[in-house]
Design a protein around this ligand. Sequence first.
Ligand SMILES: Cc1cc2nc3c(=O)[nH]c(=O)nc-3n(C[C@H](O)[C@H](O)[C@H](O)COP(=O)(O)OP(=O)(O)OC[C@H]3O[C@@H](n4cnc5c(N)ncnc54)[C@H](O)[C@@H]3O)c2cc1C
Length: 386
Amino acid sequence: MKSADVVVIGAGVIGAACAYFAATAGLRVTVLERDAIASGTSSGGEGNILVSDKEAGPELDLALYSQSVWRGELAEHARLWEFESKGGLVVAASNRSARSLALLAERQRASGIDVTDVAASDLAEYEPHLAGDLAAGAYYPQDAQVQPMLVVAHLLRLARLAGAEVHAGTQVIGFQRSGDAVTGVRTTGGTYQAGQVINAAGTWAGEIAALAGVHLPVLPRRGFVLVTQPLLQRVHHKVYAAEYVDNVASSDAGLQTSPVVESTQSGTVLIGSSRERVGFDRSFSVEVVSGIAAQAVRLFPMLASSKAMRSFLGFRPYCPDHLPVIGADPRAPGLWHACGHEGAGIGLAAGTGSLLVRSMLGDGARADASVPSIAAFAPERFEVAP
Ligand SMILES: Cc1cc2nc3c(=O)[nH]c(=O)nc-3n(C[C@H](O)[C@H](O)[C@H](O)COP(=O)(O)OP(=O)(O)OC[C@H]3O[C@@H](n4cnc5c(N)ncnc54)[C@H](O)[C@@H]3O)c2cc1C
């Protein structure tokens, strides 16, 4: 039987971040991935590290902490994953949405976000190719972008340099128990004994929890991304419509779309975003993709003559309260969860890995004001009181 201090289930961005922080803290780590690394949602989305789309509260606190980890402890590796501190520009098309955007910016400012109100007449200074009839904007210098698959690959490589093992093609099919306690996992490649097991299985984390006999309501929330051929013109920031923030927070299962546009370092333009709860349906939707393309052209008329190169989709790991699940599971001692980050898992990965490992090492409760509490992300919060 193989053994480790920590087994991480899932080699997406969250599992990779947990593995990195655990291995560099000196723990013996084994990562188990049923498919190839980054084969789940971490290769099905964009790579924004956003504070701009978050209301004040525990997710924003986590996002700000995560920012400090990306720009602090992980800064020396930033170029490996194309970290670009490009800033985000949120634009409002009507006076009504301009007022809501200004109020959101005010609340965020009070929570420590750096945000500048931008008058309609100044928008072209930020983005020369934007439509000329927008009502206002807000600029968020802290928003950044990475290439998510490079993040996964390099965090796992760095974890391996610190002694971790990574086994792709190894599916977790059950748990080993001693009474209530989790003492390891059974996989298609044998049994692994471990003092601690981290469930970082993303949108499939509810299935892993069920294998351990505990309930986690993680559901898929589908999103499409459209990619143009490389363009001569660049979009300099992450640019999105103010309505996007409401779509992110919506719990409606129906389709929501709002334009999100940004260039990548290779010159292509990524166009999103859509959200709908249709299970794990992978079929292409002309309706959704043509809808987000039309909205993007409304923001950037120059895109009307660009050619789409491809489209891809992913399934965001959605929890009903839109918060991730991070921490030890008191219902199954030895089991930890780091999942359910919905549309923000790339950005929140650095903070999640750091906080989970701190908590595992008993550092979580330190009176350090810069380290947020993970209490709001408790796994047992979905239990219905008897
Ligand atoms: C269209 C779209 C756009 C997005 N844009 C952004 C963005 O700009 N910024 C941002 O921060 N986030 C974004 N996201 C969200 C982000 O991609 C996710 O939150 C994040 O990738 C989740 O990472 P994860 O590691 O939890 O899950 P995954 O990447 O899905 O990793 C989980 C892994 O667990 C494995 N697994 C499952 N079951 C088992 C098992 N039984 N045994 C072993 N392995 C198993 C899976 O194969 C998978 O590889 C976007 C998502 C979508 C769909």
